[in-house]
Design a protein around this ligand. Structure first.
Ligand SMILES: *[C@@H]1O[C@H](CO)[C@@H](O)[C@H](O)[C@H]1NC(C)=O
Ligand SMILES: *[C@@H]1O[C@H](CO)[C@@H](O)[C@H](O)[C@H]1NC(C)=O
Ligand SMILES: *[C@@H]1O[C@H](CO)[C@@H](O)[C@H](O)[C@H]1NC(C)=O
Ligand SMILES: *[C@@H]1O[C@H](CO)[C@@H](O)[C@H](O)[C@H]1NC(C)=O
Length: 415
């Protein structure tokens, strides 16, 4: 149960915790201007049973207590570097374990090999109603999900002993349909997999939703190369006259390894361009040119981040036209150029008590980053005010998830 206690633990950060930034400074806008905000933040506990945590976003961008909804499945936690050593934090070694398309929310249940679909009430964003039953995936350890409103299609990446990519149609009335044939990926993994390398990182759609892109991590320790998978979506011919259009993914995906990449991870489609910004856990981040027709990704720019441990998650911020990346073992956020991945600012966040950040997402003038804790330190969500433009990110709240989620918490989606 969520109680008023959680509201009290939503500690507003003292003025003292200023983001130390390098680069250009811009003045903060007048306090009386209305800043654009999202409606709610969603994440999964990734525990067993797995739950979906929905938190309302206030007018000032801050979070408060919300709802906890059972996902209908169990979470799971990968192993770190060797079988038997649980990896948490970052149990799913992925970005987008929960995603939103229109008024629908999708979440993976890595321990049950299923994906769940919910409708978000248009009146109350904290009210989630399951649509149909969770869909079984044709593989093990589903850890990333993408959904397309245009195609009414949800696609999942699986990183266990049976690994690959599969898609299913969905409808508002009946939920997820049958997942299609697995496009296998030879990870040679166990279930749960041994991460963080040699697993599927992130599935997402291109801006025009014509193609599913999936980042697959290599493993520099064994010289295994990762790749970018592209799976075209097209309209299926229907035998019935007047039947609604049905879209399906191609039988086979196209794969390419952009030069200089090793462990491609959380990725962001840069709107209005043919590029994708991708973090690379082995050194920093890259900007890739993506040819959807040819199914080929090539490296345009690569940027090393000094002092990084594993740069894994990324969030494109329309308001600043920059990308923020996080590292599970370094308590800071790095802001980078979507054009060439050059570093624009570094916000040091050790003062927040977090030891690192995983999933993150922006909405309007605010950025939300999950600090999963370590089992002793509770998971929290850091809220940053980014209304001042590039290189002005300011922490304004550490929202405590105590009693709602633990060290296995993952994912972030914003309505
Ligand atoms: C979740 O795990 C519990 C305990 O192992 C098990 O009893 C239950 O059947 C699982 N549920 C699903 C939906 O996989
Ligand atoms: C990986 O490649 C390097 C350079 O070619 C080589 O020295 C090393 O032995 C290889 N490692 C493995 C595990 O094959
Ligand atoms: C990256 O882009 C920025 C802004 O567009 C520019 O100032 C900078 O020189 C570029 N850096 C590199 C290494 O190309
Ligand atoms: C978690 O982090 C805190 C603060 O850094 C530390 O005191 C504690 O020992 C850590 N716990 C674990 C289980 O690593």
């Amino acid at each position: 149960m969520i109680t008023a206690r959680h509201l009290a633990t939503a500690v507003l950060l003292a003025q003292g915790i200023a983001g130390s930034v390098i680069g250009r400074h811009q003045p903060t806008p007048e306090k009386d201007t209305c800043l654009e905000t999202g409606t709610a933040v969603y994440l999964i506990s990734n525990d067993s049973p797995n739950t979906i945590i929905a938190l309302p976003i206030g007018e000032d961008g801050t979070l408060s207590a919300g709802t906890i909804t059972p996902s209908g499945g169990n979470g799971s936690v990968s192993f770190a570097h060797k079988v038997g050593v649980p990896a948490a934090p970052d149990g799913l070694v992925s970005q987008s374990s929960i995603t939103i398309a229109g008024q629908h929310l999708f979440a993976v249940n890595a321990g049950s090999n299923t994906v769940s679909m919910f409708t978000i009430s248009s009146k109350d964003p904290l009210s989630l109603t399951p649509v149909g039953s969770p869909a079984s995936v044709p593989g093990e350890f589903p850890n990333t999900v993408a959904a397309s409103t245009k195609n009414s299609l949800a696609c999942v990446g699986m990183s266990g002993a049976v690994a690959g990519i599969s898609c299913a149609p969905f409808s508002a009335k009946t939920g997820l349909g049958r997942m299609d044939t697995l496009r296998g990926v030879a990870l040679d993994q166990t279930t749960p997999p041994v991460g963080p390398t040699d697993t599927i990182a992130h599935a997402f759609f291109s801006e025009d939703e014509s193609t599913l892109l999936t980042m697959v991590k290599g493993d520099p320790d064994t010289n295994k190369t990762g790749f970018v998978s592209m799976l075209p979506i097209s309209q299926k011919a229907s035998c019935r006259k007047g039947a609604p259009a049905v879209f399906a993914a191609a039988q086979k995906d196209m794969r390419s390894t952009p030069s200089g990449t090793g462990v491609l991870f959380g990725s962001q489609v840069i709107p209005g361009t043919d590029t994708v910004f991708a973090s690379d856990a082995s050194f920093g981040a890259v900007v890739l040119k993506v040819d959807l027709k040819a199914g080929k990704a090539t490296t345009l720019s690569a940027q090393k981040i000094d002092g990084q441990s594993a740069t894994c998650w990324s969030a494109f911020v329309p308001a600043t036209n920059t990308v923020f990346v996080s590292d599970v073992s370094v308590p800071r956020l790095v802001e980078m150029s979507p054009k060439n991945a050059s570093i624009i600012s570094i916000t040091e966040l050790a003062d927040t008590g977090a030891s690192g950040f995983i999933d993150l997402k922006a909405s309007g003038a605010f950025l939300y980053a999950l600090a999963p804790g370590n089992g002793t330190v509770d998971p929290m969500i850091l809220v940053l005010d980014i209304s001042g433009g590039p290189a002005t990110a300011k922490p304004i709240q550490m929202f405590d998830l105590k009693g709602m989620a633990g060290v296995n918490a993952q994912g972030m989606a914003i309505l």
